[in-house]
Ligand binder design. Structure first.
Ligand SMILES: NC(=O)c1ccc[n+]([C@@H]2O[C@H](COP(=O)([O-])OP(=O)(O)OC[C@H]3O[C@@H](n4cnc5c(N)ncnc54)[C@H](O)[C@@H]3O)[C@@H](O)[C@H]2O)c1
Length: 297
């Protein structure tokens, strides 16, 4: 039987702070396939996430098909807009959400992973995080800081993760990120320079696939997912409309689930996808293929 077998593999999913988004579903799918999974969580969301876990509020969604609960090997604090702790402003370092978590820069996380598991210790890295401080503003009204902030948190963070985690990857490892169709088609309302950030992320996927493929022997892909009412997407303000529009107009009309994207990520991270790198893979019920809205019936 051909199946996704990730036993003996170690995964890191960056961008998990509840059970509603793609990161959680991907972590669960990787665990279902046998991988040991660590997650990285944004410090402002870390306390709430730990509380949800400790109080059993996510037990239903943590249930694996074996009946056991999904557990995380490690939970790392990560603020992906900082490459090193030296770049963190003093007011952030002393903020109550940051002061007790230690070095939560990308480099700090890489050092902790090396200390916890050793130099060549990870096989799978998933980048499932994004932030656009001015996401509700159309591009025509976005400030330079808002635009660069979106690109920094949502695209450069991936470049920095490949730079710093690449050396810790075992051969045939896999990086996967999450992107959105707004990179290549106009999605009114997806503002703040987030469309630009996703375009950068997709372009970088190709260049990083080449460079990291040659340097570390790893693959780099991105999944262009359809809209899902996650916590981050709810910040856009029109997510329900986007979900409804896609279900009316896509080739497949069932609403996309996070678990469907989880399976795609598990496949892309597995040896079954050993020939795929530098690719943008659509997991959107086929919506990207449409060129005209379907008249309402
Ligand atoms: N939900 C959608 O409709 C949709 C569609 C396509 C792609 N995506 C992408 O999927 C990925 C996951 O998003 P999601 O929708 O599942 O929402 P989510 O809220 O589950 O995940 C986003 C995560 O990013 C984290 N984050 C924000 N800023 C960060 C920072 N500076 N450092 C570290 N972590 C930070 C948040 O805490 C959160 O855990 C994102 O890249 C998003 O753009 C989402």
């Amino acid at each position: 039987m051909l199946n996704i077998d990730l036993r003996g593999k170690r995964a890191l999913v960056a961008g998990v702070a509840d059970d509603a988004g793609f990161g959680f579903a991907i972590a669960k799918a990787l665990a279902e396939a046998g991988a040991s999974v660590s997650v990285a969580t944004w410090p402002p969301a870390l306390n709430i996430f730990m509380n949800l876990l400790e109080r059993g509020k996510m037990d239903a969604s943590r249930k694996l098909s074996s009946g056991e609960l999904l557990t995380f090997e490690k939970i790392y604090p990560l603020d992906a807009v900082y490459d090193t702790s030296g770049e963190m402003p003093e007011d952030v370092k002393s903020n109550k959400r940051y002061k007790d978590v230690g070095d939560c820069s990308i480099e700090g996380m890489a050092q902790r992973i090396a200390a916890d598991f050793g130099e060549k210790s990870i096989d799978i890295v998933v980048h499932s995080l994004a932030n656009g401080p001015e996401v509700k503003k159309p591009l025509l009204e976005v400030s330079r800081n808002g635009y660069l902030g979106a690109v920094s948190a949502s695209a450069y963070s991936m470049v920095s993760m490949v730079q710093r985690l690449g050396p810790l990857m075992r051969e045939h490892g896999s990086f996967v990120s999450l992107t959105y169709l707004a990179s290549e088609r106009v999605i009114p309302g997806y503002g703040g320079g987030m469309s630009s950030a996703k375009a950068a992320l997709e372009s970088d996927t190709r260049t990083l696939a080449f460079e990291a493929g040659r340097k570390f022997g790893v693959r780099v892909n991105t999944i262009s997912a359809g809209p899902l009412a996650s916590r981050a997407a709810s910040a856009i303000g029109i997510i329900e409309k986007m979900v409804e529009y896609v279900s009316q107009n896509a080739p497949l009309t069932e609403r996309l689930t996070a678990d469907e994207v989880g399976s795609v990520a598990a496949f892309l991270s597995s040896p079954l996808a050993s020939s795929i790198t530098g690719a943008t893979i659509y997991a959107d019920k086929g919506y990207h293929a449409m060129g005209m809205a379907v008249p309402a019936t």
